[in-house]
Design a protein around this ligand. Structure first.
Ligand SMILES: *[C@@H]1O[C@H](CO)[C@@H](O)[C@H](O)[C@H]1NC(C)=O
Ligand SMILES: *[C@@H]1O[C@H](CO)[C@@H](O)[C@H](O)[C@H]1NC(C)=O
Ligand SMILES: *[C@@H]1O[C@H](CO)[C@@H](O)[C@H](O)[C@H]1NC(C)=O
Ligand SMILES: *[C@@H]1O[C@H](CO)[C@@H](O)[C@H](O)[C@H]1NC(C)=O
Ligand SMILES: *[C@@H]1O[C@H](CO)[C@@H](O)[C@H](O)[C@H]1NC(C)=O
Length: 386
């Protein structure tokens, strides 16, 4: 027993509970908060899920647009991106780096274009979905065409964000999923707060870079801020994997297919932030150069996020984060976080399951007890094993 890691033990316990209790699938309306399956016992007030797997109706790969002005002013590639479910949460970007090019900071003109974000048919052999979303970046003679979408809200304040994704294509590009907060003085790198997952297509396929920015200051590298992590075997970044980033008050932790690959407690972002995805290159040292006529892609089957938000009415109530009060909230009717849901213990990605709450009391007692065990067994284990 002593040789078994806490994580392994937790995993087994949760698996067993999940199967025995047959946790009930519910809709977000039935959830007051969400727990994740890491050991930090963080919980979050809001859940969102974007599923690109069955959008055959919208699938279309748009031809590249060579003129940079036309490229950045291109229309959205399908009605999917006009729909409120997407458009109320994400803003597809059109900005470019012409100022940085003019000042000599960046060698290559990079233009973000909505034309590079589209729904594509999955033509993999034994495909795991009908479609996915592609974010494309490609090199023309005179400019780099890039893709970026940013959350419209800048008020994400701690989260667990996951994408089922892969990166493929030519070297010289970067694909990324990150939080971003800038106090407005964009030229001063030290004002940036940012937790990054970055894949450089020039890097070995089993290496992913994770960073709490800034990773250099006053002309020096800050090694504590960044990790050059190795992917689990069989999960290099060209393969479909769940890439997960948990930003909490104490650290940012990254997982690939449920395996922790990096955790950084240094320089953890403090303030409410945006969430951003992109695929880009600017010919700088970090991204490198793409060869003219080549392309690289970040392809995503789904994005799932649980988060707190400073702008969210639900976060103004008087809940307490620590485990003891989480438990007492559970036991007290009519107050606190009554219905606790999990997005990890479900068998149907994107659909939460109820792990404890008022609605669960309609279930037989035996199952209710097991639901509670979801919380107290990991707690006991954590107490005795650490
Ligand atoms: C770059 O952005 C600036 C400011 O929005 C705009 O004036 C300019 O036309 C853009 N250039 C290109 C090539 O898109
Ligand atoms: C990560 O390490 C590998 C060597 O193991 C190296 O090739 C790669 O360039 C490194 N990536 C970064 C971003 O430093
Ligand atoms: C990329 O190419 C440009 C010329 O188009 C050059 O100025 C720049 O130094 C190159 N970047 C790297 C990292 O080699
Ligand atoms: C999210 O908000 C709830 C309610 O305010 C709070 O109790 C909880 O600790 C927060 N979670 C994190 C990770 O900060
Ligand atoms: C946590 O849940 C994810 C599914 O979201 C799963 O892949 C992973 O293995 C789980 N980790 C543990 C330690 O149970």
């Amino acid at each position: 027993m002593a040789s078994m890691s806490l994580q392994t033990l937790l995993f087994i316990v949760l698996q067993v509970l999940g199967h025995v209790a047959c946790l009930q699938e519910v809709s977000d309306r039935d959830c007051n908060c969400y727990v994740t399956n890491d050991t930090s016992l963080n919980y979050f007030t809001t859940h969102n899920f974007f599923d690109f797997r069955s959008l055959g109706h919208y699938a279309r790969v748009p031809g590249p647009i060579e003129d940079p002005i036309e490229d950045s002013s291109a229309p959205l590639t399908s009605d999917y991106f006009h729909d409120d479910h997407w458009a109320k949460v994400w803003g597809i970007q059109r900005w470019n780096n012409s100022e940085a090019v003019a000042s000599g900071d960046r060698p290559v003109l990079m233009v973000n274009s909505p034309n590079n974000i589209y729904i594509e048919k999955n033509t993999d052999e034994s495909a795991s979905s009908e479609t996915f979303m592609t974010m494309r970046t490609l090199k023309f003679e005179d400019h780099q065409s890039a893709a970026e979408f940013e959350s419209i809200s800048m008020a994400y304040h701690f989260l667990s964000v996951r994408m089922y994704a892969r990166t493929i294509g030519a070297p010289g590009a970067v694909t990324a999923m990150f939080t971003y907060k800038d106090d407005g003085k964009a030229t001063k790198l030290v004002t940036v707060q940012e937790s990054d997952l970055e894949i450089r297509t020039m890097d070995p396929k089993n290496k992913v870079q994770y960073t709490n920015q800034p990773s250099f200051a006053k002309g020096y590298d800050v090694p504590e801020a960044t990790r050059n992590a190795t992917t689990p075997i069989e999960a290099d970044w060209t393969r479909w994997s769940v890439h997960r980033m948990d930003w909490t008050p104490t650290d940012t932790t990254w997982y690939i297919d449920g395996n922790q690959v990096a955790s950084i407690a240094f320089q953890v972002p403090r303030d409410p932030s945006q969430v951003i995805f992109n695929a880009w290159s600017d010919g700088g040292e970090w991204s490198g150069n793409m060869t003219e006529g080549t392309e690289a892609y970040l392809q995503i089957q789904w994005i799932e996020i649980v988060y707190n938000s400073t702008g969210n009415a639900k976060t103004t109530d008087k809940r307490d984060a620590n485990a003891a009060s989480l438990l007492s909230n559970v036991k007290r009717d009519g107050e606190g976080c009554q219905n606790i849901c999990s997005i990890d213990e479900t068998t149907k990605t994107g659909t939460p399951v109820l792990v404890q709450g008022a609605a669960a009391s309609r279930m037989p007692d035996r199952i209710l007890g097991l639901g509670l065990a979801y919380i107290w067994i990991p707690l006991l284990l954590a107490t005795f094993l650490i």
